[in-house]
Design a protein around this ligand. Sequence first.
Ligand code: BGC
Length: 259
Amino acid sequence: MSFCVEAKGIIHVKILGIDIGGSGIKGAIVDTELGELLSERHRIPTPTPSTPHAVAEAIVKLTKQLEWNGPVGCGFPSPIHNGVAVMASNISDKWIGVNVEMLFSQTLGMPVTVVNDADAAGLAEVKFGGGKGRKGLVMLLTIGTGIGSALIAEGKLVPNTELGHLILKGDIAEKYCSDSARKRDELSWKDWAKRFDRYLNHVNKLFYPDLFILGGGASKKFDKFDDYLTVDAPVVPAELLNLAGIIGAAIAAESRISG
Ligand code: BGC
């Protein structure tokens, strides 16, 4: 299989992008030049418990479904230092200290690049989505099982910000206003939006970004809650919706490969 194809003088690189979330593992083959999917998006429920062995096996299953054998980029819900997961919030704490990059590369027998999942989504949104061409400070927040963050300053990612873990109402913010908190507390969109708005104002006062992009599962429901947001900064939904994590993971792998 060839991963680089030249068309009209442009090199197109094909990479399998995988987004590991608290509830689902999603993957698709991505054209990193265009930021487009070249295959169907496949989804496997995240195993419970989400131990390293179980998740690695789920990824093997995903690559088989997509008949893939080649470079892989993977977004993972933890800060990642040189391939190693350093914290576990919505995944099994057996991940702490595991070299995720090495584990997946060895299990798959393919080169795997691993980055934080929100960072991956941020990379995709500034390259192809709502942050494209934006100057200054862009902050992407993913709203899903947890809350992830990506901070991009003048087009350059500052990796591993963990702004879902700011303390709000006596606990980490994601326990209060993630999408799973909305479901857990059976909140209407309005009541959940009030919580999220409080969080957004808090983040705004710490960073004063030029733009907020909201990604993750809740980005598809942006019209249900944007009227309740009072923050004094532009807020847009992720244009790539919940594909941003898959596309961004592939972009991260492509930058690693091309140096
Ligand atoms: C994790 C982050 C992750 C976010 C979204 C948080 O619980 O700590 O690393 O980006 O969830 O998955």
